[in-house]
Design a protein around this ligand. Sequence first.
Ligand code: HMG
Ligand code: MG
Length: 302
Amino acid sequence: GTDAEVTIWEVGPRDGLQNEAGVIPTATKVEFVQRLVAAGLPIVEATSFVHPKWVPQLADAADLLTALAADDALGETARDLPVLVPNERGLDRAIELGCRHVAIFASATETFARRNLNRSFEDQFAMFAPTVTRAREAGMRVRGYLSMCFGDPWEGEVPLRQVVESGVRLLELGCDQLSLGDTIGVGTPGHVRALLAAYADAGVGTDQLALHFHDTYGQALTNTYAALEAGARTFDASAGGLGGCPYAESATGNLATEDLVWMLEGLGVRTGVDLDALITTSAWMAGELGRPSASRVVRARG
Ligand code: HMG
Ligand code: MG
């Protein structure tokens, strides 16, 4: 059934902002994270410890986390906000800041591994293996993202078997959760059902999975519903529908968190999120960014 609790993994401050061209002041990012946490989102991905030349917008990751750790309302919990780390250098930076939850990010395809990570498909695993091992030894939680699970802008269709094998390798490295990314938003509900069934056949149940939908083709919410029906309980979403990946052609924003909460509330699924506070936050952020929110709920109510 669809009445069990759902966990929303908020990626607005990271996936949402990484693609923004204009410089966003660190203080605005701090306030964004604070307000998302205050709105009841249980997991708020804060930033990335990637190379600052690759993603200039998140070059202030250390300053952001330092400011969040100094915030009285967050206190110790600031250390539980997940951060992206592609390699050991990123992990070192996260450890220095006292982070307890990191995410590596892999590609299911050769082309995107090279474009996003400057590594071949095979070499990305060599980069992640010591990163995950050391993070686990340090007592951290480690999420594994897998991109291009539903299609790749350069390679086209991506076989289910390739997506499953790549994801299983991330779990075998020691990731405690696997987030399946529709990076360019081309997936449809039938494809979602087929991929989750293929994972189940490989022994990976929905308890180990999260779904990460971008809304390029307007399917993100429908795909979420298909995954919910198939038993998935963790969904990534971005406040206001912000987002996109700078290294993936034609990627637009993530599933909007407000639209997800609206649907789940309608289904009687508790999320713990204060929808009004979230809408107010996204309307404020839209003002900061100087353009209307992509979220239908924010537009209707904001
Ligand atoms: P590289 O150039 O191959 O790095 O980039 P390298 O290992 O050759 O090192 C070169 C220099 O960079 C060295 O410095 C390193 O120390 C430094 P030097 O010795 O020359 O002075 N360096 C770093 N500095 C700071 N932080 C680091 C770091 N690593 C190396 N972490 C690298 C390889 C992986 C670093 C680069 O390709 C990179 O940063 N990529 C990140 C791209 C990215 O952030 N993309 C967006 C996130 S993924 C996404 O959005 C998809 C997702 O949402 C799911 C979905 O939608 O599908 C997650
Ligand atoms: Mg993404």
